[in-house]
Ligand binder design. Structure first.
Ligand code: GLU
Length: 594
């Protein structure tokens, strides 16, 4: 009975009796309600050759789209900081990759400046009037995921432009206007539609039901690859943001946004827009205990409202030093650790302004030692042991294709940014604000739909003004002197945690950046162990024999990785970078130091 949660309860009872009891009550309820309905987006195409750079002393940019990476590099060359470069790239991504991110969405950034690593939480927020019955029908049953996505209920107050402004205020070197100019130019002159964007339109027929049809279809067909796409509305919106960066919240653009939201019966009000604020907090940083004791790696990740940071730190801290990713035992240990952290995520993580997330307990050495021992059992832990007493968390099949993007940048001053941006599903809610030139997110479907059990409220239930729990996992690693060692992140729904784990494990074990982004992915969130076919039939068979329930399919990670070059010295650091071959990313760098 209650095998796995009992470990955590045990620690809590030892450490903080009253707090523990409360959390146990709340947690049981949360987990009982918790389901993850997002299936990460499908892989559209064959892997491409890996785009990579090596030994770059003047800065590196890796993003999911060549236009964005080129813009990023241009800003670095112009003397911009890593933040400046990522901001300019983000405004371009909102144009050339509208299925993945944009002004109607939000995201998270980690920033390493000269002093510290800060987390910028630009997650979308539920309207203040939102109730925990938001995603229930009149009989109290949860709406279907698809139904909820394609409704105004799914739209949260966008955080993207506020996130960009906050980053620029604290970490920018160039003028704000210089960061918007490249995207304004591209929106005006046009860009060629990529394979991924074209396929994404074709896979999102719901776009035809909204004003998006007038933009993403030509002659009743999805925009073809290579089509010259201009977005004058987006250019006008960015020009307005150049004059008034808060325009979407309190200025002229907010009037236009509100008019559109009213038209589609969204309950987002002027007060919701006006009160939006980015949360800036210290990053969650922990030493990886298993790396070289003389030069331990510090892993920094984002705290809640995302669950990605806590989950990744749990996994990385509980795995053995010599984990062999080429052995069945190693992969079993890895996937066990992932499933255990996923169970904790479901129970204990939500927006920490609304739910007291037991971060220190979840990341305590004592607790992770216990989790580590459980992970190292020679078999795949059955789901009922991972989540004993809790409803099995099989992910419901969703037709939607969650969509997100990641930018990694290191600049010549040794500053770095790891930023994941999203509209959630492909083209978010599919509602397109024509006058403004962007899609509105469906991020609120990341909330638990079922708010209560007989025992108590869920950590991730809908509440007014709350951020839905995310899986985005932007990370920055530091060496023992605090200098940047690496920057990693990926899109991929709740598979993001597994994608980032895979790349980070390989990088800390000495793999090349190319291998870290292209190696076959293996992960476990719920019952199934998910593997890419390239793992090979021999290993797949061995995993099956060991007790894994397998789901075998190509996955749509979009890793953007930067790592210190092997030839790098402390006085002359150089970096390698690589983009995931499963998407359209490009790695670029400046070879010479300024
Ligand atoms: N909405 C998801 C999250 O915040 C991201 C979706 C995706 O990566 O495709 O975890």
């Amino acid at each position: 009975m209650a095998a796995t949660p009992a470990y955590l309860y045990g620690f809590m009872i030892l450490l903080k009796p009253c707090f523990a009891l409360l959390l146990v009550m709340i947690g049981i309820s949360a987990a009982a309600q918790s389901t993850d309905r997002s299936e990460p987006e499908k892989a559209y195409a064959e892997k491409k050759p890996v785009s990579s750079v090596h030994y770059q002393a003047g800065g590196v940019c890796v993003s999911a789209n060549p236009y964005a990476s080129k813009t990023c590099l241009g800003i670095l060359r112009a003397g911009g900081s890593a933040a400046d470069a990522a901001i300019a790239a983000a405004f371009v991504l909102g144009l050339v990759e509208p299925q993945s991110s944009g002004l109607g969405g939000g995201g998270y950034a980690l920033y390493r400046n000269a002093n510290t690593v800060l987390s910028y939480d630009g997650r979308e927020i539920a309207p203040i009037s939102a109730k925990d019955s938001r995603f229930l029908d009149s009989s109290g049953a949860p709406l279907s995921f698809t139904q909820a996505v394609h409704s105004p209920l799914s739209i949260g107050v966008p955080g993207m432009s506020a996130l960009m402004k906050s980053l620029h205020e604290r970490e920018g070197k160039l003028d704000w206007s210089a960061l918007l100019a490249p995207a304004i130019l591209l929106a005006t002159q046009g860009f060629t539609v990529s394979e991924r964007m074209s396929q994404s339109i074709a896979s999102s027929p719901e776009l035809k039901l909204t004003e998006a049809k007038n933009v993403f279809y030509v002659d009743d067909q999805p925009l073809p690859i290579g089509f010259l796409f201009k977005n004058p509305s987006y250019a006008r919106t960015l020009s307005a943001l150049t004059q008034d960066p808060k325009s979407l919240y309190t200025g002229a653009l907010s009037q236009s946004l509100l008019a559109f939201l009213n038209q589609i019966s969204s309950d987002i009000s002027a007060a919701d827009l006006g009160s939006y604020a980015v949360k800036i907090k210290p990053a969650l940083c922990r030493k990886l205990p298993k790396t070289d004791p003389a030069d331990p790696i510090k892993l920094c990740a984002a705290p809640p409202s995302t669950s990605g940071g806590i989950a990744l730190l749990q996994i990385m801290q509980s795995l053995p030093a010599d984990l062999d990713l080429n052995s069945v035992q190693g992969l079993t240990t890895l996937t066990n650790a992932q499933a255990l952290s996923f169970a904790d995520r479901g129970l204990w993580v939500g927006d920490d302004e609304f739910f007291e997330v037991p971060v220190d307990l979840l990341l305590s050495h004592a607790y992770l030692d216990t989790r580590g021992k459980l992970s190292q059992q020679a078999f795949s832990i059955p789901q009922d042991q991972v989540l004993s007493g809790i409803e099995p968390l099989e992910s419901a099949p969703a037709k939607d294709t969650p969509n997100t993007t990641h930018i990694s940048v290191v600049d010549a001053w040794g500053e770095a940014i790891s930023m994941t941006l999203s509209v959630e599903s492909a083209f978010g809610s599919k509602y397109y604000a024509s006058d403004l030139g962007f899609i509105l997110n469906n991020e609120l479907t990341d909330f638990d739909f079922t708010p209560n059990s007989a025992i108590g409220p869920a950590a991730n239930r809908v509440e007014g003004g709350k951020r839905p729990r995310s899986s985005m996992t932007p990370i920055i690693t530091l060496d023992s002197s605090g200098k940047v060692l690496g920057v990693v992140g990926s899109p991929g729904g709740s598979r993001i945690i597994g994608f980032v784990t895979s790349a980070l494990l390989r990088l800390t074990q000495g793999s090349s950046v190319e291998h870290s982004v292209s190696a076959p992915l293996v992960l476990r969130r719920f019952v199934q162990t998910e593997v890419e076919p390239e793992l090979g039939s021999e290993m797949i068979l061995k995993l099956k024999d060991t007790g894994h329930t397998l789901k075998i399919e190509p996955m749509a990670s979009g890793l953007a990785v930067i790592w210190r070059s092997t030839k790098s010295t402390t006085t002359h650091p150089t970096f390698d970078g690589a983009a995931d071959p499963r998407r359209e990313g490009l790695a670029l760098g400046i070879p010479e130091a300024p």
